[in-house]
Design a protein around this ligand. Sequence first.
Ligand code: TRP
Ligand code: ZN
Length: 546
Amino acid sequence: MSLVVFGAVALASCSNDGGVATERADRIQSVAEDATTDPTAEETDPPASQPAETDPPETVPPTSGPRPTLPPGTVPPQTDPDDTDPEDTEPEETDPEDTEPEVVESPDGVGDPLFPELGNPGIDVEHYDIRVRYDPADDEITGAVTLTLVPTEAREQFTLDSSGPEVSSVTVDGDEAEFEQEDVELRITPATPLEPDKAVDVVVAYTATPDGGTSIASLPSGWFHTDEGSYVLNEPDGARTWLPSNDHPSDKATYTFRITVPTGLTAVANGALISTTPGPEGDEWVWEESVPMPTYLIQLLTGDYEVVTGEGPDGLPLVSVVLREDREAMQPFLDSIDDQIDFFDDFFGPYPLAQYGIAMTDSTGGLAMETMSRSLFSREDFLRDDTFIEELLLSHELAHMWFGDAVSPAEWQDIWLNESFATYGEWMWMEHIDLVPLEAQADDALQTKLLFGESATATPGVGELFGYNVYDGGAVVLHALRLTIGDEAFFSLLSRWVADNLGESRFTEDFVQLASEVAGTDLTDFFDEWLFAEVVPEQFPEPAAG
Ligand code: TRP
Ligand code: ZN
């Protein structure tokens, strides 16, 4: 795990020894303490020294991030993919040579170099209608998902990603279809072959058992049972463990969730709450996400939650959920949302989604995830009175709504487009509230990247997807870019990136091109030196004139 807790964010780092997720936060905090910082910042001591020069990064590799402890039921990974000691790691994961996008031909995947079996050729899902019944008292998820999909070619057979569900029937446009359950694929043969561009409704009825565990990326993944409910964590490939789907970020769709839970419990999913209807089996809660999203951003919670609505900047609907017993304790965080959105929209452009909110789950601490339109956190991390961690997590996940949620990665190796940007947003916020000057963060991160960087920010291996070079090490790349092209070009690049690509999935190459276009100069050399290189320059560029 790593990641999880701060994981998420913090994650940054991530190694996985599962400790408490505070490592990265501690490191950043020590930067704060060392930096000559605003004396009003509570957690900051008087400057003892200049950060980068006199206070070299710890000699422990920053795999560190605030790391979360594993959720219940999580089996610690056997190896630590983020470990920077090459002896301990799988060579394929740490040797950048091996992580160069190779074209992997997999008949049942969409050719993601890191996850060849994810995604399904020949289909484009437009909408998921997910109907799930769940009673935390027993251990079964009973569901049916209707996928409205558009074939991109004529096919007699197609697949969905499915690695846990027990499927009982499949229909295509109402007609029974033949199906076969393989290890990670559900292979479907419709009665009538699919015709290109002719949308069909595929209904898959299934049951599944909550079996949250650890993904190959060393993060908690799947459906987790809590004392009184449940939550899901799907990044990068957890959705397929409980939902037959096109489980790859290149395919975004809108969603309707109809979740039935025993009367008295609350079911929560992304987007807007449409209705709550009592029925013989409990209450059905219907939620709708209207902005296209990938499966890994699904939020699905059950428990004793209260839904708290409000209004953010420019009338933005706010929909948050907190456990009933935490209602009062969480109020300050609910109240903080406005200011953070207000701060970011000056730099990144208008808030891009239809609503925002925070969800405070009863997961183990160390979890934070940018689930679409409502970030997911662990209540534990917010009941400790640790302002530093709270601000870091809240700002990081909110920044993801622009970077990762509005615009998503086309392949998993493009993950820096999410994490480096969210980390940069987090740095900006921490400076804004006088906790750590951005320069101090950037200088420290550059030193750390030089000492421990092993893979280029743009080409992480599976075990490095949520590692240092993607989080802080990638924020270093963005800071270098900002210095090179100047604030005006840099922030108009970031807001154009979001505005032009809202609802889409993009490659690193797309960003590189837009950067050159917005800056009005060819930035190929810059990106070769900073983004695609395993070893980056020792100093930041001189700030652009003007
Ligand atoms: N995207 C999360 C973040 O904000 C990190 C993350 C990836 C994660 N996979 C996860 C967190 C699984 C919890 C569980 O940085
Ligand atoms: Zn993140």
